[in-house]
Design a protein around this ligand. Structure first.
Ligand code: UN1
Length: 497
């Protein structure tokens, strides 16, 4: 069966309305290039925002633990439809089966996290300098949250944002990638089931906007949307950030990564090879946490590269629906052209291709993941190419290795493989990795939802998912209550009239 026909059958089963089909927005499976049919673009973005504002006025009055109940129901519906939704992820984004399932598992995990959070939106009590006064800090709902998501995590990114936003009292407007509108429609259908089981839910609590750049810009520039959470390229993030800043809105940015692994002489190479394989070629190199730079001590570089070459030569590449496949397609032809162009530049800049770098002849866009030894971190190494290219560089001094890890514009994820506690702790210290994520003896990708996710510099500085990332979705209010019969002024100011 073509990928498109299978997708359509699942979307019918999930209850995606027939009215969603027949518009002008093309859909396309990267697996075989088949199209499930164009979908309808959202005609009126303004009306979507108005509905969201309306929903906010009702939702902010619902107690947070009760809001958590809706997210609990969403978790139940996701569990019930896990296989179907994961399959749509595979069909539309090209992920292998276990990664599609893993992505939906992340959605379920963040639901559970958010349900607990709904009873833990803690504020502070503060010491007032005035007698008979209470001071406290409270977190209040913020308003409609716009979620702009990328094709590579077409549903989990929505969930990280939406689950927190909903328990925080905020409605969600979702502008998915133009490359993956169907996963968004499938998710919305699942959300609607949860909503139908929730008494007195306001309309428009979560809405999907199908559309292109203009729709995204109209949403991001609207002052009725206090928070814009955008995941994607640094170029896109810069544009969104400027639009939102121009109206003094708040943005939460999850942009490009250029993630490194530092391998030291004491590293367990067997474990390193497995970590490198998963993080460099998993999702066909299309994660923002993908391993792109391997910084190896010169004494172990040749041995490690030889082992990797062997592993790369037998990588099972092909239809991600088939058992045993580890590398599915790239999302589209433009992506493969970026892969080709980066390899060409790497060679021009002194690189030597060790393995991979070719197209695989079949329907859809498939490439063989590449390893390239580079003499230095040249321009192409500093750039995030969203495809499976691993640059290998060597070092002789650990301080230099850390400096190399930090010497790129992006700052998302990083890791060190070592058995030395000194090296591990230095990597995690204030003069170690400058990234939002730093791991020891774990690859840079595959983060758990419990930690705050995001990075520094060109990665955008935002944090979403676990820890106290929820605070970005709320409005902090400092409250002072006078329960005395006097009116003392702060700082001892006297103002008697
Ligand atoms: C992304 O690639 O956009 O750490 C996010 C990971 C995933 C999230 C990746 N949990 O690989």
């Amino acid at each position: 069966m073509t990928a498109a026909n299978e997708t359509k059958a699942i979307l019918d089963r999930l209850g995606v309305a027939p009215a969603a089909w027949g518009g002008a927005m093309p859909t396309r499976s990267p697996i075989d290039g088949s199209t499930a049919g164009p979908v309808v673009e959202t005609p009126n973005v303004d009306a979507v925002i108005a509905r969201s504002v309306e929903a906010f006025h009702a939702w902010k009055r619902v107690p947070a633990p009760r809001r958590g109940e809706l997210v609990r129901l969403l978790g139940e519906e996701l569990r019930a439809s896990k296989e179907d939704l994961a399959r749509v992820v595979t069909l539309e984004a090209g992920k292998i089966v276990s990664e599609g399932l893993g992505e939906v598992q992340e959605m379920i995990d963040i639901c559970d996290f958010a349900v607990g959070l709904s009873r833990q939106l803690y504020g502070l009590t503060l010491a007032s300098e005035r007698p008979g006064h209470h001071m406290r800090e409270t977190w209040q709902p913020l308003g409609p949250v716009l979620v702009i998501s990328a094709f590579n995590f077409p549903v989990a990114v929505w969930a990280w944002n939406a689950c927190l936003a909903l328990v925080c009292g905020d409605p969600v407007i979702w502008k998915p990638s133009e490359k993956t509108p169907l996963t968004a429609l499938a998710t919305q259908a699942i959300f609607d089931r949860a909503l139908a089981r929730f008494e007195d839910a306001p309309e428009g609590l979560s809405q999907v906007v199908i559309g292109g750049r203009e729709a995204g810009e109209a949403l991001a520039s609207d002052p009725r949307v206090p928070l814009v959470s955008a995941t994607g390229s640094t170029r896109m993030g810069r544009a969104v950030a400027q639009t939102v800043a121009a109206r003094l809105g708040r943005s939460l940015l999850e942009l490009g990564g250029n993630n490194a692994m530092v391998v030291t002489p004491s590293a367990d190479l067997e474990m390193a090879v497995r970590a490198i394989a998963f993080s460099a070629v998993g999702t066909a190199g299309q994660r923002c946490t993908t391993l792109r730079r391997l910084l190896v001590h010169e004494s172990v570089a040749d041995a490690l590269v030889a082992r990797l070459k062997k592993a790369y030569e037998t990588l099972p590449i092909g239809d991600p629906r088939e058992a045993g496949t580890l590398i599915g397609p790239l999302i589209d032809e433009a992506s493969a052209q970026g892969f080709d162009a980066a390899l060409k530049q790497a060679v021009e800049q002194g690189g030597e291709i060790v393995v991979g770098g070719a197209r695989v002849e079949r329907d859809g866009v498939y490439v063989t993941p590449a390893i390239v030894r580079m003499p230095a971190q040249t321009a192409v190494v500093e750039h995030e190419t969203f495809a499976p290219i691993l640059y290998v560089l060597t070092w002789s001094d650990f301080d230099d290795a850390v400096a190399m890890q930090n010497a790129v514009p992006q700052g998302l994820s990083s890791c060190v493989f070592t058995d030395s506690v000194r090296e591990a702790e230095q990597f995690l210290s204030a003069w170690g990795s400058d990234c939002g994520i730093a791991n020891v003896n774990i690859g840079p990708s595959g983060a758990e939802i419990g930690g705050a996710f995001g990075g520094e510099k060109d990665t955008g500085g935002g944090r979403e998912s676990g820890s106290d990332a929820w605070k970005a979705y709320m409005r902090r209010q400092t409250q002072t209550v006078n329960f005395s019969r006097n009116l003392p002024l702060a700082q001892g100011v006297k103002f008697d009239v």
